[in-house]
Ligand binder design. Structure first.
Ligand code: ZN
Length: 304
């Protein structure tokens, strides 16, 4: 078995060439250059944070009457100014799940919709103090300078009002409808939004083209669960594997729907115990696949 220093954050990540999807001259958002804004097929925009290891992506969509913001990113730049520079319509904000990198900008908005889950509700209302998020602020996790006025030592996630939603809830922006799906596994409160007319699934962290985390556990009820994640991925592959586009929460905004079938097969291969892996000093295993990876904690998976 090969060993690696860190199954989650490979050495040299910051020296990698800029991601090809951004084009040759990516445009920083005028209102807050920490972000880049990229147009999406079928309308909408990806709001990307390339300067931090997480490379998190939030999404903005407009209908005739309203706009919808899917996630609020790291909370390092002024997301609200970026959004207000893109739409003047009344805004609905939705969190894909309550991990820090998707609710960092929540404080800039009056309320967010998120899963009707007790631990998610607590975290969204209370936020996360500096000690809980300090591990994400080390200088080696930044690939560009942070914005003027931002102090990593004071970084924290502030709470905001939580409006609970469940599978079946739909957001009608006027000519554009997003249906809510429950997608537990990466976290128990993970949601997705489905735009049936345009055949687009907003996947949050359940699928993106990088290392998928099945191992997270911050001890406050929002832990990953490999077997639940596996079941969700099988459901997604069966019911949504033929969608045109996945809009993903990290690294690259747009992926083909066929990736869901590949991800489901990846979970099956890992669960079967036949897939090669590398292991890091913490005992976390990293399994490589075509364009993505799985990180798993064998102590939490029976039979691995
Ligand atoms: Zn994330």
């Amino acid at each position: 078995m090969e060993t690696i220093a860190d199954a989650v954050r490979p050495a040299g990540w910051a020296e990698a060439p800029p991601r090809a999807w951004r084009g040759t001259s990516p445009r920083a958002a005028a209102a807050s250059p920490w972000f880049e804004v990229h147009p999406l097929p079928c309308g909408g925009r990806a709001i990307y944070e390339p300067g931090h290891f997480q490379e998190v992506i939030s999404f903005l969509f407009e209908g005739r009457d309203r706009a919808l913001l899917w996630d609020t990113g790291l909370g390092i730049g002024d997301l609200r100014a970026v959004v207000e520079g893109l739409t003047a319509k009344p805004l609905t904000v939705v969190n894909s799940h309550a991990h820090f990198d998707h609710l960092g900008g929540n404080r800039q908005f009056a309320a967010v919709h998120a899963a009707d889950h007790p631990a998610a509700r607590t975290r969204i209302l209370r936020g996360l103090g500096p000690a809980a998020v300090a591990e994400h602020m080390s200088p080696d996790q930044f690939s560009r300078p942070w914005p003027p006025g931002f102090d990593p030592a004071k970084y924290q996630i502030h709470g905001t009002e939580h409006i609970p939603i469940r599978e079946g809830h739909s957001f009608d922006l006027g000519g554009r409808i997003f249906e809510t799906l429950a997608a537990p596994g990466h976290s128990p409160d993970s949601l997705m939004l489905f735009d049936r007319e345009n055949s687009i699934l907003l996947t949050g962290d359940t699928f993106y083209p990088a290392a998928l985390y099945t191992h997270l556990d911050s001890g406050d009820g929002l832990a990953s669960d490999f077997q639940v994640y596996r079941a969700t991925m099988n459901r997604l592959a069966r019911d949504y594997g033929r969608v045109r586009f996945l809009y993903c929460g990290h690294n690259e905004p747009v992926q083909p729907g066929a990736k869901l079938g590949q991800a489901a097969a990846a979970f099956e291969a890992v669960a079967a115990g036949t897939r090669p892996f590398r292991e890091d000093a913490r005992g976390l295993r990293r399994y490589e696949f075509d364009g993505f990876a799985l990180v798993a904690d064998p102590a939490k998976i029976k039979g691995l």
